[in-house]
Write a protein of this length. Structure first.
Length: 119
């Protein structure tokens, strides 16, 4: 049996918002939980892409992030449920990416929590 070669590609942040509505709400989550889950997806995607940009193996990424290689593997596969938002932001900082928290008045129909990547 022939094994197909593995291809590496960047994951788009648009993956977190695919579909007609919010996936997490459709799966029965509250709007607050949906915002948190969407933010975690976006942060996880950014961690994945940064590890690829830096050309790190999972072992090297684990050392740099001070987490286990199996945890890096989870992140690389998009599994973010074992990580808090705080931990994901800490991992981004370990990859030399700054994170900002902005507090502002709530806008009508705008999410309370969102992740925006600066250019």
């Amino acid at each position: 049996m022939r094994k197909t070669p593995t291809r590496t590609k960047q994951i788009s942040d648009d993956t977190a918002d695919s579909g007609s509505g919010n996936f997490w709400i459709e799966m029965g989550r509250s709007p607050e939980e949906a915002e948190i889950m969407t933010a975690k997806v976006r942060l996880t995607v950014r961690i994945h892409n940064r590890i690829k940009e830096l050309g790190l193996t999972q072992v090297k990424a684990a050392r740099r992030l001070r987490i286990s290689q199996p945890d890096v593997s989870k992140l690389m596969r998009g599994i973010h449920t074992a990580f808090s938002l705080d931990k994901l932001m800490s991992l981004l900082r370990s990859l030399d990416l700054a994170t900002d928290i902005v507090i502002r008045p709530k806008r009508r129909k705008a999410p309370n929590l969102r992740v925006v990547e600066a250019a």
